[in-house]
Design a protein around this ligand. Sequence first.
Ligand code: SF4
Length: 308
Amino acid sequence: MQIDAIYVYVRGEYADWIDRLEAAVQQAYGRGYIGERILGTDFSTQLYVHKGAGAYICGEETGLMESLEGKRAYPRYKPPFPAQKGLWGCPTTINNVETLAHVPLVLRLGAQAYAQIGAPEHPGPILYGLSGHINRPGVYEYPSGMLITDLIYEVGGGIRNGRRLKGVVPGGSSTPILRPEEIEGVRMSADALRKAGSMMGTAGMLVLDDQTDMVRFAYRIAAFYKHESCGQCTPCREGTGWMKQILHRFLEGTATYADIDRLLSVANQIEGRTICALADAAVWPIRAIVQKYRSEFEKAARPTLVPV
Ligand code: SF4
């Protein structure tokens, strides 16, 4: 086995964390865990901490490799997959640091004991990010498969200011929103969330209270993905822009009822037609918000004018 180099790619904005990471890497070099002839064996490898340029698309594995190579983070067509032809054309394995951080626990506990933690289909601890209208936002480590309601009310301390829940985005901004009645008894596991109509994503949960303006929320998400689209694919570059523009009409009071279905139509024409999954990620939340909170869009729109 030969691994010439290991790169840890971190968003450049995370300066404090990068400093800590670099200090830890130096410690590892000092103790012989990294570098030449590791722990006296024939195995040598180098580890570099790379500061990213702060674009969402740099988290897409092939965009990340382009960025590491010093280019714009344009995602690549697949195949070839990174394991065949990755960084500088070499076979490359790409993992989230969170995934690799499980390895010491697996080794310490043994595979069987580790498999007993949390949801059977993907056992182990998970970092749950709780944000939004919640009393104790933060990042919490718990077993996979936690009940969504336990995360909101036990771990997160419930909804802010004693308000009621309006919706939960379970796995980061790209995952479809769930209404309160859809989260009862649902666990944070891939299977359970798929059955509920959403996804596990990053387990970065966004909690919304009953005062949330869902039209504005949809606009914020659309604006984010429009901003983060790298612009290579026409459906993504133009489609995210159209979704943002249509949603802006609802905010400025110029939308008609027809714009609701126009928005869904644009979303449907984007999905599955692009190089990477950012475009799909832009579509899923908007479609779910419109479908599940349609009355708010109707309230923000005028009846469609029919020429006479
Ligand atoms: S889907 Fe969007 S972000 Fe992904 S490659 Fe195409 S234009 Fe870029």
